[in-house]
Design a protein. Sequence first.
Length: 129
Amino acid sequence: MNEIITFSDRQPNGTFSQIRLDDGKRILVSFTQTEITIFKLAFGGFIPRGKIFKHDISEFLDFFCVRVEQIGIDDSLLEAVVQYILPCKNMKEVVEKMNIVVKGYDNPTVKADIEQKLQKQVQKFFTDK
């Protein structure tokens, strides 16, 4: 069963979570101000051995909120992403699942559709209060 090894959200030392997958391999989900990156880890989870997923954070957030789960202002994107990928058994499944979130990001029609849906979510958020 997958296991969350570390979870640091909005702390001075960073926003990241290390996960041990069912196959025993470890990944690190890391957020910076500009991007989300998932690294494969080696040597017991101490050494990043390459990126398996990387995307612009604001664009990823838009796509994630429309396609997976609406994230409120005070909610944790890290927590939502970790819960989203936690059922994955291996790195291949993690990559496939993350790519589904941002599928079509380079297509202007898809981007326009995502932006329109996001605007509706934001409008609903402010009118329901």
